[in-house]
Ligand binder design. Structure first.
Ligand code: NAD
Length: 275
């Protein structure tokens, strides 16, 4: 029997805390999210995020990238009426995640990308606003494994948004972390030995029975468009009846990521820690 993990219950409990934090703040936090309106998946993601934000008492405004996105970000960062500024992929020409984070500044960065937010995490001092996907993955890992101390977690993907911050969050939670990437030799040796595999490579069908121990667990973060739907790194058909748990794509870590981002927006409005 393979259980398909969804993140809705976890997301609901975070959203309840977010709504309570907004109440306690006594005003609606305001976030502007820049995106490319020609990109369908980004548009759809943002529409869902705006609805969720509204339900939690947060004002989330969508704006298109301007021709000079760095000037646009500097203006938004200086706007006293805004608590947070976010940028959605795909980024426009001339903008990188590092440039965006430095233009937004640490006070209004809600995805843990500014060095003043990412640095303390690397140094074992935690961070008030970790990257939402990484934080969501930590919470899902806890929901699946319970106490993470001593658990072997293998991450596939070492990006600045997911694998790198997640490896630090898991380490701080007491897990033994293996961080794999494109140059990793013998990936199945690392994934088969894990209590939980967290995969964010963006390679459809990467993980089948040969990669996962009988009764193993997979948290699949990848979001890959296919035939009008979305799939992940896991070869679900191959893993059914073999793995104990595989997360749904996109409803595994996805709803939790959305909730963690809103939590970071409230934290930015409070000027303090998330949760
Ligand atoms: P990225 O391209 O920046 O990083 C991909 C990482 O995977 C790299 O470290 C690369 O070395 C590694 N990789 C690629 N192919 C591999 C292979 N065959 N074996 C081992 N490692 C391999 O991508 P990203 O921005 O980190 O996103 C990764 C995936 O996660 C994408 O599918 C993206 O859509 C998805 N994503 C999901 C969420 C979410 O909330 N669920 C958020 C952001 C991105």
């Amino acid at each position: 029997m393979t259980t398909i993990f969804t993140g809705f219950a976890l997301a609901d409990s975070i959203l309840a805390d977010v709504a309570a934090a907004v109440q306690a703040l006594g005003r609606a936090p305001v976030c502007v999210t820049l995106h490319d309106p020609a990109n369908g998946p980004a548009r759809a993601y943002l529409a869902r995020q705006i609805d969720l934000a509204r339900a939690a008492g947060i004002t989330l405004r969508a704006e298109s990238y301007a021709d000079a996105p760095l000037d646009q970000l500097a203006e938004l960062a200086a706007d006293p009426g805004l608590d947070a500024v976010a940028t959605l992929f795909p980024l426009p020409p001339g903008l990188t995640p590092a440039l965006a984070a430095s233009a937004i500044g640490p006070q209004k960065d809600v995805d843990g990308q500014h060095p003043l937010l990412a640095g303390p995490l690397l140094l074992g001092e935690g961070t008030p606003r970790p990257a939402a996907t990484a934080m969501a993955s930590l919470l899902c890992a806890r929901a699946i494994l319970g106490d993470l101390r001593g658990q072997n977690v293998t991450i596939i993907g070492a990006s600045r948004l997911i694998g790198r911050p997640l490896s630090m969050l898991l380490t701080d939670a007491g897990a033994t972390v293996t961080l794999c990437h494109i140059d990793t030799r013998d990936l199945p040796a690392h994934t088969r030995a894990a209590d939980l595999v967290i995969s964010a490579a963006g390679v459809a069908g990467l993980l089948g029975r040969d990669h996962i121990a009988q009764g193993g667990r997979v948290l699949d973060l990848a979001i890959i468009p296919k035939d009008g739907g979305l799939i992940g790194d896991a070869d679900l058909a191959d893993l059914m009846g073999h793995a104990a748990i595989v997360s749904h794509v996109p409803n595994g870590v996805g709803p939790v990521t959305a909730a963690c981002l809103l939590n970071n927006i409230v934290a930015a409005a409070r000027g303090g820690d998330a949760l």
